[in-house]
Design a protein around this ligand. Structure first.
Ligand code: C5P
Length: 225
């Protein structure tokens, strides 16, 4: 049997990252935060004064990337070329740049191979937009985690404030709506639930409640005990 993969897709702020980490921790699986890959390119574009439309340069960058996601029950780190990069990936400018460059098929293709190589024993939990539809269509369990846009904006706001950033809720809401539309309507790998995904609305659920539902579902698919 192929190496187990659980995919958790959905829009920004639905709680995918937290649930993916907790699930990976419970199962002892590897973790893939695919949004961070797009953010690394977004951050590189911003810091090198590169345009998010410069596809050949972005592909070259993507092809050089060596990324791992060391994590504990309470935090996920991103390690690029063996060095942990801090909160720099979490700001709004980086998220916006990531979403802009994510529309280009050659960029997505370059990151596709990288993501598939992360499927290693004993298993992988990955979160993103297209993991169940494009990256791992044969995943053993697929979840689509959604939530009302106002709830998602508030969660992102609290996360950024806790990280010490100065942000406005209304600006976050607007940015989320713009990114949502772009992610849902792009031609390649748009954000849609896989036909065989379990859809969960986390608007009125705690992370523990979502995790319980996801765990239960995974067990029905033969993952976990
Ligand atoms: O999940 P996160 O907010 O970190 O993702 C940042 C951006 O990267 C998203 O808005 C989306 O455009 C892009 N992305 C993607 N496919 C993925 C993960 C993220 O296109 N699997």
């Amino acid at each position: 049997m192929s190496i187990a993969v659980v995919t958790i897709d959905g829009p920004s702020g639905a709680g995918k990252g937290t649930v993916a980490r907790l699930l990976a921790h419970a199962l002892g699986f590897h973790l893939l935060d695919s949004g961070a890959l797009y953010r690394i390119l977004g951050q590189a574009a911003l810091s090198r004064d590169l345009s998010t439309t410069d596809v050949p340069a972005l592909v070259a960058l993507a092809n050089q990337l060596t990324v791992t996601f060391p994590y504990t029950a309470s935090r996920t780190d991103v390690s690029v070329d063996g060095e942990v990069i801090g909160s720099v990936l979490r700001n709004q400018a980086v998220a916006e740049a990531a979403s802009q460059l994510a529309i280009y098929p050659p960029v997505r293709q370059a990151l596709l191979d990288l993501q598939r190589r992360m499927r290693r024993s004993p298993g992988l939990v990955g979160d993103g937009r297209d993991l169940g539809t494009v990256v791992f269509p044969d995943a053993h369990a697929k979840i689509f985690l959604d939530a009302d846009v106002e709830v998602r904006a508030m969660r992102r706001y609290q996360e950024l404030i806790e990280a010490g950033q100065t942000v406005e809720l209304s600006a976050i809401l607007r940015d989320l709506e713009i990114r949502d539309i772009r992610d849902r309507t792009r031609e390649v790998a748009p954000l849609v639930p896989a036909a065989d995904a379990l859809v969960i609305d986390s608007s009125e659920k705690t992370p523990a409640e979502v995790l319980a539902a996801v765990n239960e579902y995974c067990r029905t698919k033969g993952i976990g005990i």
